[in-house]
Write a protein that binds this ligand. Structure first.
Ligand SMILES: CC(C)(COP(=O)(O)OP(=O)(O)OC[C@H]1O[C@@H](n2cnc3c(N)ncnc32)[C@H](O)[C@@H]1OP(=O)(O)O)[C@@H](O)C(=O)NCCC(=O)NCCS
Length: 196
């Protein structure tokens, strides 16, 4: 991007923080915006609350600490500035209730990125998952020059997630049996890809 003839570095482009407003199926007003370092406590509460759910759909199985969350968020924000990551949080009445990120791979995998998404229970099933993913994918297309595909893995029991991924255009390309173990139960993992 250029302004007044000056070519801006990726870090300078960060000044243009993205924010969208959206209405959920039930009329809830949701703001999708890029994160700030001050979001660490809210993001920690969000992830810990979902980690605590049985069959959460997440790979993480241990709650995170504020120290680790702050560190993670700092790196994420740096990666956003460097155009290696796209991340949007979902805010309802000023409270962060969801997060979607797309992380670009490197080297011979740099044509690929990986998508992750998590919403608090209270705001699921209202179309917010689909809406935030559409916005994040749109942003990744703009910011990741040369990106060709976004992929992810989803546990076979996570039917809701698979429905939403298919709605935004992901297709199933593979299956890993016994990919994860929760307690004494094994579950497979679907590999899904969105070709851009
Ligand atoms: C997966 C997740 C992001 C989906 O977001 P969401 O906002 O709940 O999804 P949406 O409301 O956009 O769409 C859900 C769709 O699944 C359907 N659905 C809802 N509950 C379902 C269930 N228990 N089983 C099957 N389908 C279900 C809905 O009918 C809806 O489809 P429709 O719009 O055609 O009616 C969200 O539920 C979540 O954060 N889950 C916990 C973490 C997680 O699983 N992350 C993904 C890891 S791969």
């Amino acid at each position: 991007m250029t302004t007044g003839g000056t070519v801006l570095s990726p870090a300078a482009l960060w000044l243009f923080v993205v924010k969208y407003t959206s209405k959920a199926k039930d009329g809830t007003r949701v703001v999708f915006r890029e994160p700030r370092e001050t979001d660490a406590v809210q993001l920690m509460n969000l992830i810990n609350s979902v980690i605590d759910e049985p069959m959460s759909g997440l790979l993480m199985n241990k709650r995170t600490s504020l120290k680790d969350e702050r560190k993670w968020l700092k790196h994420r924000i740096e990666d956003i500035k460097q155009r290696r990551t796209v991340m949007l949080v979902a805010e309802v009445d000023g409270r962060i209730m969801g997060n979607c990120d797309i992380v670009r791979r490197s080297a011979k995998e740099s044509h690929r990125a990986v998508l992750g998404i998590v919403l608090l229970k209270e705001i699921r099933g209202k179309g917010i998952g689909e809406a935030i993913m559409v916005r994040a994918i749109e942003l990744a297309r703009k910011r990741f020059t040369g990106i060709e595909q976004i992929d992810l893995q989803t546990f076979s029991y996570n039917k809701r997630a698979q429905i939403v991924y298919r709605k935004v255009g992901f297709v199933k390309t593979g299956f890993v049996p016994r990919a994860i173990k929760e307690g004494s139960e094994y579950y497979g993992e679907d590999v899904m890809v969105l070709y851009l």
